[in-house]
Write a protein that binds this ligand. Structure first.
Ligand code: ADP
Length: 455
């Protein structure tokens, strides 16, 4: 199932959070304001009645009320009763007309009527030993409730508005913040549809996280583009290299069919076909090796092995060419490696030394170790390699002078050599002076525990 978008989820989350906060705040405000309003009502009732008490008096049985006495002020009624509880002055509120509540000095209590709830407070003002008057203050409890209701109505309108505004604002901000993601998405989709790896994400000003993502994405695209380009070049070079001997074979066959008459001429054609066929076989074999090494499908069989013994064994198998070989092999040099691949590497170096060395000249093979590394070098006395070509010869299909390879090989031998060295954690180096010969050296880490200096 597809999850809903980040924008929607974030907006919903904030809206819900705001709603919850608003509800909790409102509940607090309501509870606190109702208790504050209640207290205020009680306080002002008591204050008004006590202030009025200073303004009324009974003088020789006659009621005296000063002008400061307020019978009604801010919702508070004050009435004056005689000792026998008969109303002397003041106006009862409509709701309390039928109220018959015994007087109790200093007591404030709530009274429920059909038209509302009231607080009633009584105060006894004595006059002499026997006489006195009662003051009774009354106020409606619902006064604070009205303000509360107004507050709730205001909140009920304002809060949803704020929440809506917050959610909308959040939605736009998140949308803006996530816009670079759309750009990344669009580029990825364009690459996918058009298969054009040269496209790059252009973000301009963007938050750091997105810039980093776009940077990594662009770097990945660059590597992919390079890899694809190398792959394309490899395929085109490989087919070109295969097509050349194939055209020679086809041309030779056609010519032979039409013009070869004598057995000698046919023999010559067969030799040409044989030579080119061998060239193709070598090329296909090298291509396969190269591809397997690069794709890692060759399956390295790493083991600790005696490189001295492996090299000596290989040299013994060189047949007639071994008479040109001059060996200087330190015994017991051990490395971790794949026996087959290391053998192939040494063989390629020897083949090159025979091919490009001085005809009838010697080939030196030297094995040494020191500083935790092993050096295996193959030196010939050939023409050498020009300085400007020394870097290029490691490339696939590069041949300094194709005519000198004797029709064998297609410039893959050294590329394979370098690849094998790299797979073993080592490297290749070359020393060559034109006219004096070349020395190819393999540097490999020595197998652990064998790092003694013995050069
Ligand atoms: P190939 O031998 O099939 O041409 P390599 O990859 O083995 O391919 O070598 C690449 C090129 O490097 C050769 O074409 C040659 O020009 C040059 N080269 C390799 N080894 C030597 C050497 N020992 N002396 C001089 N040139 C060499």
């Amino acid at each position: 199932m597809r999850k809903s978008s980040i924008k929607l989820r974030l907006t919903l989350w904030y809206a819900l959070l705001m709603l919850l906060m608003a509800a909790v705040t409102l509940a607090f405000v309501t509870v606190i304001s109702s208790s504050v309003a209640n207290q205020t009502t009680l306080d002002s009732l008591s204050q008004t009645v006590r202030e009025n008490a200073l303004q009324a008096d009974l003088e020789e049985g006659e009621l005296k009320v000063d002008s400061g006495f307020s019978f009604y002020r801010s919702g508070i009624y004050t009435l004056i009763y005689s000792k026998s509880q008969a109303l002397l002055a003041g106006q009862l509120p409509q709701a309390l007309m039928s109220l018959s509540l015994p007087f109790e000095n200093g007591l404030t209590r709530p009274v429920e009527t059909e038209q509302g709830s009231y607080y009633v407070m009584d105060l006894w003002l004595p006059s002499g030993w026997e006489d006195g008057i009662w003051l009774r203050g009354m106020t409606e409890i619902s006064q604070g409730a009205e303000a509360r209701q107004n507050l709730l109505i205001a909140a009920g309108i304002a809060l949803p508005l704020f929440i809506l505004l917050g959610a909308l604002g959040g939605w736009f901000i998140v949308r803006r913040a996530l816009r670079p993601l759309d750009s990344i998405n669009a580029t990825a989709a364009a690459i996918n549809e058009g298969r054009d790896l040269s496209a790059r994400i252009e973000l301009g000003e963007a938050p750091e996280e997105f810039s980093r993502l776009a940077g990594n994405f662009n770097r990945m695209l660059e590597r992919l583009e390079r890899a694809f380009e190398a792959e394309r070049r490899f395929t085109s070079d490989a087919s070109h290299e295969l097509r050349t001997p194939l055209s020679v074979i086809l041309g030779a066959c056609e010519y032979s069919e039409k013009f070869d008459e004598t057995g000698e001429e046919r023999q010559e054609t067969i030799q040409t076909v044989h030579r080119q066929g061998k060239k193709m076989a070598v090329l296909i074999d090298q291509l396969l090796q190269m591809t397997r090494l690069e794709q890692g499908t060759e399956g390295l069989r790493m083991e600790e092995l005696d490189l001295s013994a492996l090299t000596e064994e290989l040299c013994r198998e060189q047949g007639e060419k071994s008479e040109y070989l001059k060996l200087d092999i330190l015994p017991g040099v051990r490395v971790r490696g794949d026996r087959l691949l290391l053998g192939r590497l040494i063989q390629n170096l020897l083949d090159n030394a025979y091919k490009y060395g001085k005809p009838g000249g010697s080939v030196w093979l030297r094995l040494r170790r020191g500083g935790g590394w092993v050096q295996l070098s193959v030196r010939d006395e050939g023409e050498g390699i020009a300085p400007e070509q020394q870097e290029k010869i490691w490339r696939r299909f590069y041949q300094a002078d194709p005519s000198r390879s004797g029709g064998q090989g297609a410039g893959l031998g050294l590329a394979i050599v370098e690849q094998i060295a790299r797979l073993h954690g080592g490297s290749m180096s070359l020393e060559s002076r034109p006219g004096e010969g070349s020395t190819f050296t393999l540097n490999l880490p020595e197998a652990a525990g064998e790092a003694e200096e013995k050069i």
